[in-house]
Write a protein that binds this ligand. Sequence first.
Ligand code: ADP
Ligand code: MG
Length: 355
Amino acid sequence: GPLLRLDSVNKVFPGGSVGLDSISLSIERGEFLSLLGPSGCGKTTTLRIIAGFEVPTSGRVLLDGKDITPLRPFDRPVNTVFQDYALFPNMNVQENIAFGLTLRGMSGRDRARKVKEALELVGLPDRAKAQIGSLSGGQRQRVALARALVCEPQLLLLDEPLSALDASLREHMQNELKRLQKELGTTFVMVTHDQTEALSISDRIAVMNKGHIEQIADPATLYDRPASKFVAGFIGTTNLLPGVFLQREPTGIRFQVAGDWRPVVTGSTELAAMAGTRLTIAIRPEDIVQMRKGDPDTFLGEISSIAFHGHSLRLLVKLGSSSLWVDVPRDRVETDIREGAVIALGLRAGACCPL
Ligand code: ADP
Ligand code: MG
């Protein structure tokens, strides 16, 4: 069975504000799972309930099938890396890392060996005696990781562990975290509000909104087949367009979208809808392609703005009363792209997701 299971966990705070609304979730051994969602959606509360710092109002927390809901934090084989690291400023690096081992009654040579291994693991073998105040943000982050990992928890919880780091170090540490997790085989549950971060390092992501889970899936599924408007809008950039289901055709379903455009959407033939049904169609900017004027199933739109995005240009295109984000790879521009120009656009096959 799964390593960790949350079974209908609710949290109502004193005063009546709802923190969590019936969260159920299974986490497999060795998995890297992220809790992703906007600020205030309940990510930290979920983590604190798993760690035991917070007691659920109802529901259970099961570890290895055993109900650990009543256990205190230090009686759980779980460690947490806090958002602000919570290092002890009056202790040096090795004392910080040794702290948990000392609490568990380990001392002498065993403890020294464990601390040394942990420092090597996080790439700080020569900073054992350094004071916390002399470390950079990235080094503090590594010490916090080492301190949590040295006790060999079955489950490591990380609350926005990289949010204090600048962009380039952050991307580097994302790779480090992933490598470390795979190397150790430890189960990680990480909280983040950064969808790029969640998509790049997680095996699975639980997308949270207002105290509940909207969807749990691997990154590609979340991106390609979002289960709700919220997920479609939160993961990456998405055009959410009102549409009408017109008819089934041999290659897919014909929708009317945004005025006069009637594209055939493939890959959604399992949709159990009837002609005339109103739906929202989610379309990624990279799934709209520039075509030649007059090609079948294209539509004409006017470019209202152009943003440089490295390997592509992101256009805002006016289409009737709607506006669409469209990514055009810079090496595949058909005609000159400029503000005010009218261009022909079409859909890539299988590129739409009706919600
Ligand atoms: P996130 O980590 O996703 O930003 P939190 O889990 O910290 O969100 O908070 C979820 C909701 O619960 C928020 O509305 C927050 O204000 C509320 N909340 C969190 N902790 C407490 C508390 N101790 N007392 C009252 N409300 C709280
Ligand atoms: Mg939080």
